[in-house]
Design a protein around this ligand. Structure first.
Ligand code: SF4
Ligand code: SF4
Length: 376
């Protein structure tokens, strides 16, 4: 792709390629439960900020050497991983992050970075473009910095404008609710600003250590609903309905957490954990992690599941819910959102709820995407 093309065009072209790879990834995940869908890989635990609610950073750890990280990516590729998310700490503090992203892409895996955004400059964004980054997510906690978090729109707005002008990868802005954040309205203003700049806006629920949530206040729930109204993708409705609707009311969810199987958290020491909130389980070195471990953890019932807020694990669980119970999943989705149901949900319901349509659709999708039914 020549440098003479404007960013807007390059972004569109790359977006089309990314969506194609995502469709293949989704088809593989639907065809088989035997590989990880998302892996969080930690290249550095050190962070340049110190958010009061965070238990996932320190202020001294050195970066994990590039060769070690590349070896971890190779091991994850051999397990069939489809998405690797680099977080931390602050991943942009890693001096060889671009080489790591290139390596992930060479192994045919989607590359995502979660950052606090402080180190972004136009030049840094261009380097991430060249490295082949697919997604970048920034979490913004408030409008002005306070003693809980420095991740504020006031500080980061310039970074967002640079992203809008230069990024060829997809950008998601996540705002948060709960956990004692003093101004819930901030989350709505952040989500609106994200949409205004052409980004995806999501909202997360702050969790206590252990991954569970306190019920939101009435005002927080109102803000939460308003943010959901800003993004009407099938996914936002499905995700909202399946998990967060209960959590915002402090009610438990009935679901099967597939952490350790469809989702892995690989810490800076190279150990596999269920997730960032359940370090130590199973705590096995990635070198020793086998398909037998993936299968065992697929079945393991996690006691922390009912009140869990770890949304990336909910997302991977939704794929298996759809795969195993397409009729129930779609019926529940379409009924619960009723008239607000997006057209994509109604189309999927028509395609998948009728057995004959479903068989035809699956055959066609797998053939078009070049995926074997028994793919690992
Ligand atoms: S920026 Fe992220 S990793 Fe750093 S302290 Fe805040 S929440 Fe934790
Ligand atoms: S339910 Fe799963 S994702 Fe949630 S805290 Fe427990 S192990 Fe982690």
């Amino acid at each position: 792709m020549g440098p003479a093309l404007p960013v807007r065009i390059r972004r569109k072209l790359r977006g089309a390629g990314r969506r194609w790879r995502e469709a293949r990834m989704f088809a593989r995940a639907m065809a088989s439960p035997r590989h990880p869908i998302v892996v969080h890989l930690i290249p550095i635990r050190r962070c340049n900020l110190a958010c009061a609610y965070c238990n996932e950073y320190d202020d001294f750890s050195p970066p994990v050497p590039l060769e070690t990280l590349q070896r971890r990516v190779d091991l994850l590729a051999s397990l069939g991983t489809t998405i690797i998310t680099l977080s931390g700490g602050e991943p942009l503090l890693h001096p060889e992050l671009d080489a790591l992203i290139r390596h992930i892409r060479r192994r045919g895996i989607l590359a995502t970075v979660i950052t606090n955004g402080y180190l972004l400059t136009p030049e840094r964004i261009r380097r991430l473009n060249h490295a082949g980054l697919d997604y970048l997510q920034i979490s913004i906690d408030n409008l002005r910095p306070d003693n809980i978090s420095m991740k504020s729109l006031k500080v980061l707005d310039q970074k967002l404008r640079w992203l809008a002008a230069h990024a060829e990868f997809a950008v998601t802005i996540n705002s948060v609710l709960g956990g004692g954040m003093p101004n819930p309205e901030d989350a709505l203003a952040i989500a609106r600003r994200a949409r205004e700049l052409g980004f995806t806006a999501t909202v997360g629920l702050l969790h206590a250590p252990g991954g569970h949530v306190q019920p939101l206040t009435a005002r927080e729930r109102e803000v939460y609903e308003q943010i959901l109204e800003l993004g009407k993708s099938l996914y936002s409705f499905a995700h909202y309905d399946r998990f967060q609707k209960n959590l915002v009311r402090g009610l438990p969810n009935e679901w099967h957490c597939r952490a350790g199987s469809r989702y892995l958290y690989v810490c800076e020491d190279g150990l596999v954990h269920w997730c960032s909130q359940q370090r130590g389980y199973p705590g096995i070195p990635l070198e020793e992690y086998t398909r037998a471990h993936l299968e065992r953890e697929y079945r393991t019932v996690k006691p922390c599941a009912p009140y869990c807020t770890v949304s990336c694990v909910h997302q991977t669980a939704m794929v298996d819910w759809f795969r195993e119970h397409p009729r129930e999943a779609l019926t529940q989705l379409v009924h619960s959102v009723g008239a607000r149901s997006p057209s994509s949900a109604r189309l999927l319901a028509w395609l998948l709820l009728d057995t004959r349509n479903r068989r035809l659709f699956q055959k066609l999708a797998l053939r078009v995407l070049g995926i074997e039914r028994r793919a690992a």
